[in-house]
Structure formats: structure tokens, C-alpha cells
Design a protein around this ligand. Structure first.
Ligand code: GUN
Ligand code: FE
Length: 467
């Protein structure tokens, strides 16, 4: 894998590409929540800054040289990838909720209630990231593992350790993954060995981490620090108000936390914060609920919480694999969020669940939507395979407020993309593509039965980060 960022005198910059890129063939992307475009015979051009500089549809092979020359390019100087039948481009997947230190505990301790799982499985494991060596090897494997599965943008929770979280940010830059990275804030309701020493220390380590990322990637081109109160149970009022202050000082910082995930968590939150009637009031009070917030789970929603999140334009990270494999079977009201035009994307919530694959998250989102259809007496329609694809791409970009930059192949956006192959000897066990299949059918086969073996190349900002 080629490192995509270079470190010069302590300042990391994202280098330009050596040459522009050109692709000819089929691409599939979402133009909006309800529109998917399957464009065949399309020429897509990427400039040396990694931006999409041209998108020409219905192009005949013999017109290509002319279109390239309009940019001052030619097939001699620009590598042209011609995609064959069964091959196509899709936008990179966006994982809006991911715990990087849980990479090495995926699938462990499922079926237990959240507080038991945190205390018995997660906290002892995350505590190991006090060791920078362990952090370095684990995070290198984690970031590579997600890139391999087509995650071009990840919203990572780190552990509570400042040093380990700096290492995670550095590794995302080195390996070329776009990422939001957060030092996890947690100063109570966890064991002594895994807890911020005090509210002051929790905020100080957070500020130091943000400053450090600014030295690595001054314009947050690839890596952005994100404020990460684990959840209200883990944070006393001083930590939440301290983070709210940091958020107010710098309106570019995103915020992430867990929201209305399980009845047990909601009950304990009420006990610890009896002055608030809802989690939306609680986080809003501390200045942590706004259009920059990425809220994982959002399962148990009454009209009040729903309308507050809608009004405040919060992003929702739907994590269907983890929601349905903890001690409860959580069915989030995704159809209702979409009906209201709210920002919804997918999260693996790796390692809360059995899978680190956004493709599995897509399919489980479909399963959960069927459960919702049943429980709503048919009022909430199931999600279509196009809608789950939307959630994994443009929907996730909206959740991260990155939809002006990524999420589809609109000219001017950055080229975060996956090259998909559905045939050939390394195509794995995808549903066999047959001669009679339309392009739409081949795409459906990929969404419903493909895996990382079909993701042959991965591009972030035009740079190939998986070959
Ligand atoms: N709530 C607080 N911490 C966590 C976590 O690590 N995973 C999940 N799923 N929920 C949480
Ligand atoms: Fe989580």
C-alpha cells in the first residue's frame, strides 16, 4: 500500500497526484436520497488535486481522445482505465460510527446488555491502548482493514489515551484514509484503570490532541479531530460543559456520541442527569447538539427527541449490526428519518457487532427495515437496495457535513471511489453474473452478495489506497 501523505518537517501535506486519472465505463452513484444514477459509457476525469474535473456521459470510445484533449490531456499522458462489463465505479463507503480500539475485539461479548459488555469486554480491552506500541500495530491493521473494505471515510472513536489517539490520526494520514478521529472522553462510571483522571485532564488531553492534529494536517484535508464524549453516563457535567465550550470556540469541529441506544443506557442516564427529561435536552444544554453532531444509534425515539434532532439538523448514524446483536434487538426508525429528510448514514460500530463491513451494515439495515415494516403494520416501507446504498455513500457524507466534498461523482467533488469487479478468478462468492443481466441487476448482485474481494481498488482524493 502506498503511503498517501508525506511528513515534512513535522507538517504533513496531502501531495498532488503525479498525473490526472481517467476512467471509461459504468458508474453508479446517488444524486439525492431518492435518485440513483447508473451511467454507462461515461468518461470520468480526475485532476492532479484529486478532484473530479469532468463527467461525460454516453461517450463513444472514439470520442475519448477529443474529450481528453479539451483538458490538455491525451491517452499518452493520462492513464485511462477502461472498465469492462461487470466492472464499475461507486463512491467510497462512509462509516459514520467506528471504535478503532475495538478492532481487536470484534464479535466478542455479543448478546450482553450494554453496561455489562462495556465493563467486561470493552473497557479492559481499550485500556490496552495505554501502550503506544500496541496502539501502533492495532491501528495500522484497523485502518488497512477498513480501506480494504472500501471505507474511504471513517468516524473513529479512539480510546481515552491522548498518545494512542495521536497515533491513530497519524496512521490515517499515512495510509491515506479520510477520517474524523476523537479522543474518547470518559471520567466516571468505568473502572479506575480506564477513566480520565479528572474533568480538567479530560479536556486538556482533548485540546492537546486537537492542536496536534492541526500540526499534522493544518487544513484538516484528510484528518479532522472530532469531540467524542463517550456518552452522558461516562461524562460528568464538567466534562460535557468543557467539551461544549471547545465546540463553541471552534465551529469547524464535529461532535460524536451515542444517543438513545438501549433502555438500560437511557434509564441510567436519567438517574445521573435527573434534571433532563430527554437526551436531546441534555446534550443541547451542554452545547453538544447541533448540525455538527453525529449521533450513533438513535433507536428509542419519541416525537420530542425526533423533532429536536430534526430541528437541530443533527446527523444520525444507523448501526444495524450492533443494534440487533447486543442484549436488545434495536429497530431504529430509519424510514421516518428519511421521510423527514433528516441526515442518516450507516455505521459499522465496529467492534459492537459481528462485522466491520459497511456492506454487511447495508444488508442488516434492510433486515431491520423489514422488522420495522412488520411492527408498523406496513406503514414504514422496507428500505430498497438503492436506499441502503444511499445511506453508505451520500447519506453518510451528509451526516459528516462532507456532501459538498464527497458522496457522489459530481464534478468538483473529490474522487473517493471504489472500483468494483464482479467477475474473474478473485471475485469471491458474489452471485454469479450472467450474460442476460442488466447493469442494474449486476449492481444489485454486488450490493446484496458482494464483499471486499469485489472491491479491487480504493481511491481517496484520487490516491489509490488499495491495489
Ligand atoms: N456506549 C458507550 N460506549 C459504547 C461503545 O463502545 N459501543 C456502543 N455500541 N455503545 C456504547
Ligand atoms: Fe458505538
Amino acid at each position: 500500500m502506498n503511503p498517501s501523505a508525506t511528513v515534512t518537517n513535522g507538517t504533513t501535506t496531502v501531495p498532488k497526484l503525479d498525473r490526472p486519472l481517467a476512467f471509461y465505463g459504468t458508474l453508479v452513484h446517488c444524486l439525492s436520497q431518492s435518485e440513483v444514477e447508473i451511467a454507462e459509457s461515461t468518461l470520468l476525469l480526475v485532476d492532479i488535486h484529486g478532484k473530479i474535473s469532468g463527467l461525460h456521459k454516453d461517450v463513444k470510445q472514439d470520442q475519448m481522445e477529443q474529450l481528453l484533449s479539451e483538458q490538455g490531456w491525451s491517452t499518452e499522458t493520462v492513464p485511462l482505465t477502461v472498465l469492462q462489463r461487470g466492472q464499475f465505479l461507486v463512491p467510497g463507503f462512509i462509516d459514520t460510527h467506528n471504535h478503532a480500539p475495538q478492532w481487536t475485539q470484534r464479535g466478542i461479548g455479543r448478546g450482553h446488555l450494554i453496561m455489562d459488555w462495556l465493563n467486561n469486554t470493552t473497557f479492559p480491552h481499550e485500556a490496552r491502548f495505554a501502550d503506544p506500541k500496541y496502539a501502533r500495530t492495532t491501528y495500522a491493521s484497523c485502518v488497512e482493514g477498513f480501506l480494504k473494505q472500501g471505507v474511504t471515510t471513517a468516524c473513529y472513536y479512539g480510546s481515552l489515551h491522548g498518545d494512542a489517539t495521536k497515533i491513530l490520526a497519524q496512521i490515517c494520514l499515512e495510509k491515506g484514509q479520510r477520517a474524523y478521529v476523537g479522543k474518547c472522553n470518559m471520567n466516571r462510571e468505568s473502572p479506575d484503570y480506564y477513566r480520565d483522571a479528572s474533568a480538567e485532564e479530560s479536556i486538556a488531553v482533548t485540546r492537546d490532541f486537537i492542536d496536534h492534529v492541526r500540526t499534522l494536517d493544518p487544513k484538516f484535508e484528510l484528518v479532522t479531530p472530532i469531540l467524542t464524549p463517550r456518552f452522558a453516563i461516562s461524562c460528568d457535567a464538567d466534562v460535557l460543559s468543557g467539551l461544549g465550550k471547545v465546540a463553541a470556540e471552534d465551529p469547524t469541529l464535529p461532535i460524536q456520541t451515542h444517543f438513545n441506544e438501549t433502555p438500560q443506557e437511557m434509564e441510567i442516564t436519567k438517574k445521573l442527569y435527573p434534571e433532563f427529561n430527554s437526551e436531546s435536552d441534555l446534550y443541547e444544554h451542554f452545547g453538544l447538539l447541533n448540525e455538527r453532531s453525529i449521533l450513533a444509534h438513535c433507536i428509542y425515539m419519541d416525537e420530542y427527541d425526533m423533532s429536536r434532532l430534526e430541528h437541530l439538523n443533527c446527523g444520525i448514524s444507523h448501526c444495524p449490526v450492533s443494534n440487533t446483536t447486543s442484549g436488545t434487538f434495536g429497530v431504529a426508525p430509519i424510514r421516518e428519518y428519511l421521510r423527514r429528510g433528516m441526515k442518516v448514514g450507516l455505521g459499522t460500530d465496529s467492534g459492537g457487532g459481528f462485522s466491520s463491513s459497511i456492506m454487511d451494515a447495508m444488508r442488516q439495515a434492510f433486515v431491520v427495515s423489514n422488522a420495522k415494516k412488520l411492527s408498523s403494520g406496513g406503514a414504514d416501507k422496507s428500505l430498497s437496495f438503492y436506499e441502503i446504498f444511499y445511506l453508505a455513500t451520500l447519506g453518510g457524507a451528509r451526516v459528516c457535513n462532507l456532501d459538498e466534498t464527497i458522496g457522489n461523482f459530481k464534478v468538483g467533488k473529490e474522487f473517493d471511489a471504489l472500483e468494483i469487479h464482479t467477475g474473474g478468478k478473485n471475485a469471491g462468492v458474489i452471485t454469479l453474473v450472467e450474460d442476460i443481466d442488466s447493469t442494474a441487476k449486476i449492481f444489485e448482485k454486488f450490493i446484496m452478495s458482494g464483499d471486499d474481494r469485489n472491491i479491487v481498488k480504493v481511491f481517496v482524493k484520487g490516491r489509490c489506497v488499495k491495489k
